[in-house]
Design a protein. Structure first.
Length: 296
């Protein structure tokens, strides 16, 4: 038996054919989000009668959709895409401590009648950086963009680098979060000159600049190549975007000879952690990762 899910709240049509389902909530995940492919591979590996659907939902319909999901016991949780990572926070029953600290969620799971918010973005990014950078604790980092993903990455980096600057178009947002993290973290404007990057040797782009559906420029602006060229040879450029696989920022950094990494691995790691939270005991973490990795 099948039915159409939540036509009053969704901008895309979703037909339910399984006993359980997960969802990725975002403005337009139906246009290419990777999470359904990864989760559905793990569901198949676990032998579960479940599937993840993309849910295209506007901010105006988000509260209504969350209430409907909470009332539907078939919904087990899922992931959260832009721009709802912060907007979902007050709509959930509770948050895990790390998500509470960050103030944003990228994953949801059901606990009885409650919907719980978690944040696995930061853990995924940190795992990838540790594979790439031998001396992460000695790096002086700058995170560009204080959206939901930027907040998560910053929260995890804060205790694992020598110093951290949070750069955002609205500096008040960066300064407020830097104060919450404390210690060696400070808020700064987005860099526009080499002086703004003095001392930095790790840049993490968490803005949407460079995404295939958005601004195709560099997150460092029009003089990006000049800024990158002035950076130390041991600088690492990490862009959490994975569509396209090489953003303009990464292309420019690679030409200069800097170490680069895109967000594909982070996307996989955060999905592995989120799946386990929504499906505890169904597969080991290694089995989830193997299934998702095989799915591409």
């Amino acid at each position: 038996m099948s039915d159409t899910l939540f036509p009053d709240f969704l901008d895309n049509s979703v037909t339910m054919t399984t006993a359980k389902y997960a969802a990725i909530l975002g403005l337009a995940p139906s246009k290419g989000a990777r999470s359904p492919t990864l989760w559905n591979a793990a569901f198949a590996a676990a032998g579960l009668d479940a599937v993840m659907h993309p849910f295209d939902v506007t901010e105006a319909n988000l509260a209504g959709l969350v209430a409907a999901l909470k009332a539907d016991p078939r919904y087990i949780g899922g992931s959260v895409a832009v721009p709802h990572k912060q907007g979902l926070v007050p709509l959930l029953d509770r948050l895990e401590p790390e998500a509470e600290r960050i103030g944003a969620v990228n994953a949801i799971y059901r606990d009885g009648d409650d919907l719980v918010g978690a944040n696995t973005d930061g853990a995924g990014a940190l795992a990838q950086l540790r594979e790439l950078v031998d001396d992460l604790d000695g790096k002086h980092a700058m995170v560009l963009g204080m959206g939901g993903a930027g907040l998560a990455v910053a929260a995890y980096l804060a205790d694992n680098v020598a110093s951290l600057r949070l750069a955002n178009r609205t500096i008040e947002t960066a300064a407020t979060f830097a104060e919450r993290l404390g210690g060696k973290v400070r808020g700064v404007p987005l860099p526009r000159s080499s002086a703004d990057l003095r001392g930095v040797n790790l840049i993490v782009n968490c803005t949407s600049v460079g995404h295939q559906d958005g601004d195709q420029g560099s997150s460092l602006g029009d003089n990006s190549e000049t800024l990158l060229d002035a950076m130390p040879d041991d600088t690492v450029i990490y862009d959490i975007i994975y569509q396209p696989a090489e953003t303009e920022l990464l292309r420019q950094a690679k030409v200069i000879g800097l170490a680069t990494l895109n967000g594909l691995g982070m996307n996989l790691d955060q999905a592995v952690i989120a799946f386990e939270k929504a499906n505890p005991g169904q597969l080991s973490i290694d089995a989830i990762r193997d299934a998702m990795q095989a799915a591409g």
